[in-house]
Design a protein around this ligand. Structure first.
Ligand code: ADE
Length: 867
């Protein structure tokens, strides 16, 4: 500290005098009088930092932001949790600085003239990282592939890499990441960040995207499931394609900037209240008109549909200007008499598939697509083109049967090795068709084309009227999830009558998800025994695979030959809930099917099945028992899913049937809550209400079982039981035990009273050391708290998430002694803990002295300790 004092020329105002450095201003010590924080930000300091700072081994927080410090930034303690050094003049940052920094949560190093460096591999050691902010910090090279869900950062929410020298693409591994704020704008290198923005569509936690000032190409991805996204800045790139209606309609959106790209189609009209800098200067984007919200001509729309499955190539977007393809010399489009006569896309390096929507160009005589990298099949619709004389698809990767064209049409398809075969042999291109599927695809795509063309015309003439009419008819558009993945399918039907008004189903959204039973039969091998994943009172769950390889789980509700009231209600409830809520810890509903008395629900597949298989039945299932760390992660995932249901989804949903068999696991052992058949939506403004009793004994909160009054605390109770099962490996009710021990919660409370008996209840498959014991006892305390007798004594799920996330971040096997780890703990979670704790106190009042509460109290360390 003495050396630091001299190298930064500590001003007198610091009062860095005397031997007791713990009395120095801006310095905080721990109880053993070791320096744990140095906070010298914004002090107009000049000078350097000494390498001796590394000797402060208890240092958890170092802040020196907004000064004029220079030189090489020194190594610091491996216990560091917060590093805030932005806006200085440091010129070198050691690339192995992050090695072993497993407690580091925040790195803010923006605006320093560091000599160029790559994002170092050692950053992977920072498993607790929540914020990495390195704007204008000399970063070069590419964005590494460890920021995603499969990387080490379970809690990373803020990633700012803007204003650096980064190049290359956004890595596909970002898919599924927890990042909420992604700022990669304004790269200064030659090639900047480039490639497509496709992965953003799979980062559903995003709230803010700044990708402006780069060289990104291709279309804006579908962001319709990004229910928290409020700020999107994509200006100054080379983005092409139509602005997705899903972005325009996004309810959470507050600010959007798309200026200076090559966006096509109709200029989007965002809703009132969204700040839009969507510069309409001609040439800034390639919209077909200057009038916001005005539709493009049907011909423009048809051509844009054709290039959509080709990824809206740049050369087309650059040349396709205005609203009349025949007046403006559009690349690849030749007209005659005001109509498109030739499509010439030969030798353009195109990849993607041939759109059946070519059928909309009824005047076309030649479709020339030779010498590209096209995949998929030749759509049958092309055979219906009345004036077609020549179709040339030679030298591509087309497979499948060549449709029967009229006599006289010259069809050229040489140089496609798999033409005529039912599947593609080239492993680089996925594709498999069978004739039944082709028939379905063809059928629905014909309807797509017909409705698309008709829709466009109707829209132009009678926009409002048409909209109402389409809604009344419940025309159902199934998103392109099955089939070849590129073509939307339209199925007509009327589901409104099946979805009762009391279920408050979002009919509009649900109606997008109807799936024909034939597709599900094919996906599940006609519901064969071998595909059964599980059975329950509700019916049977089958595994399946769509033709594009998507793995699905199909829940076939018990069919009694007629549609019974209870089954129907659970079916519609599930659809109603899952079309309104989207969260990475809630299993996603992909679609559903109504066919006679058949009711089927289609979900994403969770390959590791239910938690119950791994917790209690692991031996019979031939599985390994779960490690404690895995159990903690699962608990946090479930807590996050339920927290979202309870409030973050804007409305209050109560699950009512949380239990291990309703928690599903992926191959990465991350968990999602499933089975929303019993979910109830709290009436507007009400947090407590009466319902018919439903749920599972052993998990049901006592007040709900006794009175039927439902609050979110009913789920908190069930969650507490699940935690108890995770700690003990025991079932919620176990008839094989003596009477007084049958009920897990009662037994658990009893055993928790003293430390010695507590050790005996831990699942014997967990190899417990002292450090782990601390973590387990915290969770045990939390479990008891969740199962408090009175609902108001139980915490909210946000509190549960808080406690578990601090444990997931902190708990890891290491050599550090327990006291030290404990102290780090304290410092790390305090501000958040206090804030949440205050909230919690406000909501739930103090814990009374009874068996439950007297055994544990939440302290400011956000952990539960013995009294
Ligand atoms: N069992 C019930 N639902 C399931 C799903 N979505 N994935 C795997 N197994 C399941």
């Amino acid at each position: 500290m003495g050396i630091l004092k001299s190298t930064i020329n500590a001003p007198l105002s610091f009062e860095w005098i005397g031997q007791d450095i713990c009395k120095w201003k801006h310095v905080v010590c721990d109880s053993s009088k070791r320096v744990k924080a140095i906070q010298i930000g914004n002090q107009n300091l000049q000078g350097t930092l000494p390498k001796e700072l590394a000797m402060l081994t208890a240092l958890t927080r170092f802040e020196c932001q907004d000064n004029n410090l220079t030189g090489v930034f020194p190594y610091l303690s491996k216990s560091l949790q917060r590093l805030v050094i932005h806006d200085n003049n440091f010129n070198l940052f050691p690339s192995d600085f992050f090695k072993g920094m497993s407690s580091l949560q925040e790195v803010t190093i923006d605006n320093n003239p560091f000599s160029q460096w790559n994002i170092p591999d050692s950053l992977k050691d920072c498993v607790a990282l929540q914020t990495f902010s390195a704007q204008s910090a000399g970063l070069a090279g590419t964005i590494p592939d460890f920021f995603g869900r499969d990387g080490p950062f379970a809690g990373l929410v803020f990633l700012d890499l803007s204003d650096n020298f980064l190049e290359g693409g956004l890595p596909a591994s970002l898919s599924g990441s927890s990042i909420e704020n992604l700022l990669v704008n304004g790269q200064n290198g030659n090639s900047k960040l480039n490639g497509t923005l496709e992965v953003l569509g799979k980062m559903k936690s995003l709230k803010q995207i700044w990708a402006n000032g780069n060289s990104f190409t291709g279309p804006i991805p579908d962001l319709s499931h990004h229910d928290q996204l409020y700020d999107v800045n994509l200006r100054d790139n080379q983005l092409t394609g139509v602005v997705p209606p899903s972005l325009v309609a996004l309810p959470s959106l507050k600010s959007v900037n798309l200026t200076n790209n090559l966006l096509q189609g109709s200029p989007p009209r965002f809703k009132d209240g969204v700040a839009v800098d969507n510069n309409m200067d001609k040439g800034r984007n390639q919209y077909c008109t200057d009038v916001v919200g005005q539709s493009c001509s049907p011909l423009v729309n048809a051509l844009l549909s054709i290039v959509q499955p080709l990824g809206y190539p740049l050369n087309f977007a650059q040349s396709w200007q205005g609203n009349d393809p025949c007046a403006n010399g559009w690349t690849g489009v030749i007209c005659s008499g005001g109509n498109v006569s030739v499509i010439n896309f030969q030798n353009m390096g195109l990849s993607g598939t041939i759109c059946p929507c070519f059928a909309a160009l009824t005047s076309v005589t030649k479709v020339l697509l030779a010498n590209n990298n096209l995949t998929g099949t030749i759509p049958n619709e092309l055979a219906s083109l009345p004036h077609l004389q020549e179709l040339d698809v030679s030298n591509n990767h087309i497979y499948g049967k060549v449709p029967s064209f009229r006599e006289g049409v010259d069809v050229k398809y040489e140089g496609n090795p798999d033409i005529g075969k039912n599947e593609q042999t080239n492993p680089g291109h996925v594709g498999k068709v069978n004739n039944n599927n082709t028939a379905i695809i063809v059928g629905v795509t014909v309807m797509v084309v017909v409705l698309l063309v008709a829709g466009v015309l109707i829209l132009v003439m009678f926009r409002r009227k048409a909209k109402r009419k389409l809604q009344n008819q419940s025309t159902i558009v199934v998103p392109p999830r099955y089939g070849d993945g590129s073509v939307a399918k339209i199925i007509s039907g009327n589901i409104s009558s099946l979805l009762s008004p009391s279920q408050s189903v979002y009919k509009g959204e649900a109606s997008n998800m109807l799936i024909p039973i034939q597709i599900l039969r094919e996906a599940t091998n006609n519901f064969s025994e071998g595909n059964i994943l599980g059975k329950g009172g509700f019916g049977t769950v089958y595994k399946g695979e769509l033709h594009d390889g998507t793995k699905i789980a199909v829940k076939r509700m018990q069919s009694t030959g007629f549609v019974d009231q209870k089954g129907q209600s659970e079916f519609t409830s599930e659809i109603a809930v899952l079309t309104r809520v989207r969260h990475r810890n809630l299993v996603a509903l992909l679609g559903f099917c109504l066919d006679g008395s058949e009711r089927l629900l289609v979900y994403e597949c969770m390959p590791q099945g239910a938690l119950s298989r791994h917790l209690v039945n692991w031996k019979q299932e031939g599985l390994k028992p779960l490690e404690w760390k895995t159990r903690l992660g699962i608990a946090l995932d479930v807590a996050r899913g339920v927290e979202y249901l309870h409030g973050l989804a804007q409305q209050i949903f109560i699950h009512r049937d949380l239990k291990p068999s309703n928690i599903l696991l992926g191959d990465d052992m991350r968990a999602k809550v499933s089975d929303f058949g019993l979910v109830r939506l709290a009436p507007e403004g009400k947090t407590s209400f009466q319902t018919r009793l439903a749920g599972t004994f052993g998990y049901m909160a006592p007040e709900y079982a006794a009175t039927g009054r439902l609050t979110t605390k009913v789920d908190v109770y069930s969650f507490g039981v699940i935690l108890m099962e995770m700690i003990t490996g025991r079932k919620a009710l176990d008839d094989s035990l003596p009477e007084e021990n049958i009920h897990l919660v009662t037994w658990f409370r009893k055993m928790l009273i003293n430390k010695d008996s507590f050790r005996t209840i831990i699942d014997p498959t967990i190899k417990v050391d002292e450090e782990m014991l601390l973590s387990i006892s915290t969770v045990a305390g939390l479990a008891g708290h969740c199962c408090a007798r009175e609902p108001h004594q139980r915490p909210d799920m946000s509190h549960v998430v808080n406690v578990l996330s601090s444990l997931v971040q902190v708990w890891k096997p290491s050599e550090t002694n327990v006291d030290e780890a404990y102290e780090i703990d304290f410092d790390m979670t305090l501000p958040e803990a206090l804030q949440r704790w205050k909230q919690f106190e406000g909501n739930s009042h103090t814990i009374d002295i009874d068996v439950t509460s007297s055994t544990r109290h939440l302290n400011a360390n956000n952990s539960y300790s013995d009294p």
